[in-house]
Design a binder for this molecule. Structure first.
Ligand SMILES: Nc1ncnc2c1ncn2[C@@H]1O[C@H](COP(=O)(O)OP(=O)(O)OP(=O)(O)O)[C@@H](O)[C@H]1O
Ligand SMILES: [Mg+2]
Length: 672
């Protein structure tokens, strides 16, 4: 790095030219442009320096600067002059290498900022968080020298030219953020007045004529330049002032990114490290993320379930009185939440059948299609209402409907169907009645449906059931894992529909109460909210789509986890304010995610097919700007039971197979 003085980048140093040094050879047009631009900036800067803004501290700073670098006291230098230092890389670097030229530079250019020996030395460590990273904050030469120039600013995307040689110089930098600078998905910064604009590089292509690289960039946000250090601080998403073509482009260093990714004070949970840095923690703003739903996407095996467990663990640690319901179709999560959650499966869910509304009753009890189904559903509506109104509770309630969650006896429903059938005259067909009655008898007799259709479930347990699944009170276990892997497949979607609808109805009827938000997390979401092509008209799709659209208003947050975003119902993904995307191999899936991503950080999106396992791109409300994160390693006891099996290991362990087969067959037969 110390050879920067003889690198091509000498040409960017207007200071040096002021001192009469030989301008380095003009390599190519980009470098000329960069140099010219740097010269212009310098001239402009000097013009500005005559204003009170820069001059004020100058008087104080000047004597300091003349002193040899190492002796320079810490806080004094150039308190208000960081911007200029960024365009004087030579002057800044010079004192460290050879103190002598520094005073000369300062004297030759009295209006300019005094060269600083080292930003780290002058660093007053404005934030405690930044303290331990003092080393990182030491700006390498690469950090303070431009890597390119802005060519074009357009609403849809802007273009920069990057100097090839600078790119390779940066590539060797110790700071991984600088080493990545200019590459696709990396961040660069552009100075506009007193602020820094942060942008991500979307793509790169070669400009053969100029021997440089052209890249499109997407603006992420802007921060103010810290007066003392020249660093970026107070970062905010969005751009208020655009640069003009010709502005210099700098690499964003780890120190800059630290400021960008530092929590802005809102409550956040940290989940991993920001790529490509070694130590910047990546945080998710919990309120913002849950307030507008989130989606966790990724091809199979990329680490979705483990990441979901990690995020939920962190949320549970931060909010132990929370209310989280997780629908777990594969029974993976019970292993992860034994300590902090309640595991509900067919053995202890005890979901009363009467809690279903009419539509859900139809899904379970009607077997016919087309016109016949209409006839059957009319009969069921009539008989169900009668059965419901026979209960004592109904008598005390007055008006009830087929949808009212009022307990009734299965035998009452059965008898009612029988009675209605008896009243038929000979000409009318009794088949519809028989169909419903037979199905009802079948469900009552089948042990697999006992979690729902047991005679024991007739008592009015609605409040207890709701308190149990919504964790109210949470009693230190804020999450309920509803393991539906043992639920017979023909009713799984209805069970999920009932649970989702309960969340929604509870929120609607509880509006008057102190607002208690509930998070509903749905694994394999494409099964339950499928797109039109795969739609089967189940009520679960309707209710989950409704929660996606309206849930926010009632304090419901939806978390959708899926490996097939393109199979999700249209519009559901775009309702998710935060999208956490792990690697997606399929083009169609990638397109869907791209379309749904709330911001145009396409450089990040293009990285989606190239992510490693356990890495993700997070966009949207939950983060200040799109970030690429590598998730923390989750302790084994907190991981879902989704370990990839080791074939080699397992196939090397002989013995016990007969017993395994016997036990399995036994369980299979007894369905338990
Ligand atoms: N953060 C992590 N810490 C530790 N192990 C992890 C982490 N992320 C993923 N893994 C491991 O990677 C493997 C696959 O992870 P996981 O089951 O979460 O993937 P998935 O995307 O949910 O797969 P599928 O789509 O098949 O459900 C597991 O063995 C898991 O233990
Ligand atoms: Mg999984």
């Amino acid at each position: 790095m110390n050879d920067m003085g003889n690198g091509n980048f000498g040409s960017y140093d207007p200071q040096r030219q002021m001192e009469g040094e030989q301008p380095p050879s003009r390599g190519n047009s980009l470098r000329d442009r960069i140099r010219r631009s740097a010269e212009n900036e310098e001239a402009e800067r000097k013009g500005q320096s005559r204003s009170g803004y820069v001059h004020q501290p100058q008087a104080e700073a000047q004597p300091e600067a003349v002193q040899p670098a190492p002796a320079q006291p810490e806080p004094q230098p150039a308190p208000q002059q960081p911007v200029e230092e960024q365009v004087q890389p030579k002057a800044e670097a010079a004192p460290a290498a050879a103190p002598a030229p520094a005073p000369a530079a300062a004297q030759a250019n009295p209006g300019a900022a005094p060269p600083r020996p080292s930003q780290a030395a002058a660093e007053p460590a404005p934030q405690p968080a930044a303290k331990d990273e003092a080393e990182d904050l030491q700006p390498s030469e690469n950090a303070t020298q431009p890597i390119g120039v802005v060519l074009e600013i357009a609403g849809s995307g802007s273009m920069i030219a990057i100097d090839l040689q600078r790119l390779s110089e940066c590539g060797d930098d110790e700071d991984p953020a600088i080493a990545m600078a200019g590459q696709v998905g990396s961040q660069i910064k552009i100075r506009v007045g007193n602020s820094w604009l942060l942008a991500s590089v979307r793509n790169q292509r070669q400009d053969r004529k100029a021997g440089s690289i052209l890249a499109n960039i997407d603006f992420l946000g802007e921060g103010i330049e810290e007066k003392l250090t020249g660093k970026l601080h107070g970062f905010r998403r969005g751009v208020t002032r655009y640069p003009i073509p010709g502005s210099m482009v700098y690499p964003a260093s780890t120190a800059d990114l630290k400021q960008v990714y530092a929590s802005d004070g809102r409550s956040a949970v940290t989940i991993g490290k920001v790529y490509p840095t070694k130590d910047i923690r990546a945080g998710l703003y919990v309120d913002a993320m849950l307030g507008k739903h989130f989606a966790l996407l990724g091809s199979t095996g990329t680490g979705k379930s483990t990441s979901a467990a990690l995020i939920l663990h962190r949320i549970c640690e931060a909010a132990p009185e929370g209310h989280i319901v997780m629908i777990d179709p594969h029974g993976e999560y019970s292993a992860a939440f034994r300590q902090t959650g309640v595991i509900l499966d067919v053995s202890n869910l005890q979901m009363p059948y009467w809690i279903m509304n009419f539509e859900e009753h139809c899904e379970v009890l009607l077997t016919s299609n087309g016109n016949e189904r209409q006839v059957d559903s009319d009969i069921l509506a009539k008989c169900l209402l009668k059965a419901r109104s026979k209960s004592k509770l109904a008598e005390s309630m007055g008006k009830i409907t087929v949808d009212s969650p009022i307990p009734y006896l299965l035998s009452d429903l059965s008898n009612e169907i029988q009675d209605q059938m008896g009243k038929l005259d000979k000409a009318t067909n009794s088949a519809p009645y028989m169909r419903i009655k037979n199905k009802l008898d079948e469900l009552k007799a089948d042990p697999r449906y006992q979690f729902m259709f047991s005679g024991m479930l007739v008592a009015d347990t609605m409040s207890d059931f709701i308190a149990k699944i919504f964790r109210m009170p949470s009693n230190g276990k804020p999450i309920s894992i509803i393991d539906v892997s043992g639920v017979p497949s023909d009713v799984t979607s209805t069970v999920v529909a009932v649970l989702s609808r309960l969340v929604f109805d509870f929120a609607i009827w509880g509006r008057e109460e102190k607002c208690t938000p509930i998070l509903l997390v749905c694994e394999e979401a494409h099964r339950y909210v499928p797109n039109e092509k795969n739609a089967d008209g189940n009520s679960v799709g309707t209710i989950l789509s409704r929660i996606a659209k309206e849930g926010r208003k009632y304090g419901i947050s939806l978390g959708l986890i899926t490996q097939r975003p393109s199979d999700l119902a249209e519009g559901v993904l775009s309702q998710c304010g935060t999208i956490i995307s792990m690697r997606l191999n399929n083009d169609r899936d990638q397109d869907f995610v791209r379309a749904a991503m709330p911001e145009g950080a396409r450089g990040f999106l293009d990285a989606i097919p190239a992510l490693r396992n356990r890495e993700c791109i997070i966009c949207g409300e939950g983060v200040a700007i799109p970030i690429r994160v590598s998730f923390d390693n989750l302790e084994e006891v907190k991981r879902p039971a989704s370990e990839d099996p080791s074939f080699v290991e397992m196939w090397n362990q002989p013995g016990g197979e007969e017993d395994i087969v016997l036990r399995t067959v036994q369980r299979w037969r007894s369905q338990g």
